[in-house]
Design a protein around this ligand. Structure first.
Ligand code: AMP
Length: 359
């Protein structure tokens, strides 16, 4: 059944960061109101919303009250605990489905799910002790990356191991918690598949950007991507669609890949709008934020084609935000500042999208 939301309906968003803010702005354009639910005192998304609940994600009473006050629920943060959400399941439609949160919150279930759907991953092994780490290193070899199973993002909770002698220190550095050891992938490029799936199962996908990371954090997404990325993205798209279909997914799904000699290698997926899709606000016919809102509200999905000859999105991380006045003076540069307060190293403060118009 398609749960269509009429203009004036209220969308509840779990999480109050910049993704929630940009979702709320897209929702407003389509005539919806937004209610943000977030635990932090400061929520940049709440600054542009009709209502704000400040409560913890495991506060079932607050979640229940929130659910009764909105018409549809979504999330912009994939680490929202699943168990409390199960308590309120059925009160209001919730998209993307809880199964997507469940699978992606833990790198072990995420990789196993991707493999079960026929995708190629880096060699990996679950690790729950220093002894298991030593055994996994024996099996996978070095160099390898030790990643916490849960709550890792933007390169946090990750340590590279170049030889077995570094294993013990790496285990201590990640806090001796459940993890995976992953073989280092030799890749030529990184790219992402961004697709939207509607409640009726219809899917649209964006042209894939080439993504460049530094210190585990996305720096730029550029389009058009090099020919090799375009060729590998054509192979990766049906794979990402398979993941979406298997989850009966609704909304934007982001799947990150490495372009390797043997073809696309799955890295990770996010059940939400994604930083590598920020370029779509100015660079695509319909932004990822609008398509997410359309999907969860039961509306037809919008076209995803590029609207320019070339587009590049650059994140403004930490002190990069000081470039803002100069960026405002540059023709074709679209500045987005998230209003997050103090800049600190590694903190995403905004982004700029440079659009090169069609000749
Ligand atoms: P992740 O949080 O797992 O997406 O990792 C962040 C970034 O670290 C990736 O986008 C890559 O640039 C790099 N990285 C992560 N895992 C690997 C790997 N197995 N081999 C090579 N680079 C990796």
């Amino acid at each position: 059944m398609i749960e269509q939301q009429a203009p004036g309906a209220t969308i509840g968003i779990l999480g109050g960061g910049q993704l929630g803010k940009m979702l709320a702005m897209a929702a407003a354009q389509l005539g919806y109101r937004v209610h943000i639910y977030a635990p932090e005192a400061q929520s940049c998304a709440a600054d542009v919303c009709a209502a704000h609940t400040r409560a913890d994600f495991d506060d079932v009473a607050a979640l229940r009250k929130f659910a009764t006050s909105v018409d549809v629920i979504t999330y912009e943060f994939e680490n929202v605990p699943v168990a409390p959400l199960k308590e309120i399941a059925g009160l209001k439609p919730l998209f993307p489905p809880l199964a997507a949160l469940d699978v992606t919150q833990d790198r072990r279930s995420e990789k196993a799910f991707a493999q079960a759907q026929g995708l190629t991953t880096a060699p990996w092994a679950p690790v729950t002790s220093a002894d298991e780490l030593a055994a996994a290193l024996g099996q996978i070899g070095a160099p390898a990356i030790l990643k916490t199973a849960r709550h890792g993002y933007d390169g946090k909770g990750q340590v590279r191991i170049d030889d077995a002698g570094q294993a013990e220190a790496a285990w201590a550095e990640i806090g001796a918690q459940p993890a995976i050891l992953e073989g280092l992938v030799r890749f030529a490029h990184e790219f992402s598949i961004l697709l939207a799936r509607g409640q009726d199962g219809a899917m649209v996908a964006y042209p894939s950007p080439e993504n460049r990371h530094a210190e585990g954090i996305l720096r730029t997404s550029s389009l058009p991507a090099p020919a090799e990325v375009i060729a590998q993205a054509a192979l990766a798209l049906p794979q990402a669609q398979r993941l979406a279909h298997a989850l009966d997914y609704v909304g934007i799904l982001a799947v990150e890949f490495f372009a390797c000699d043997q073809g696309p290698v799955f890295n990770e997926m996010a059940p939400r709008v994604h930083n590598s899709g920020h370029w779509t606000i100015e660079g695509a016919q319909t932004s990822q934020f609008e398509n997410h809102i359309r999907a969860i509200c039961g509306l037809p999905l919008g076209a995803t084609a590029l609207t320019a000859a070339a587009v590049e999105m650059t994140n403004l991380i930490g002190a990069d935000v000081e470039q803002a006045p100069a960026l405002l003076a540059a023709p074709g540069a679209h500045l987005h500042l998230y209003g997050k307060g103090e800049a600190s190293p590694g903190r995403k403060m905004g982004h700029v999208t440079r659009v090169q118009p069609t000749a």
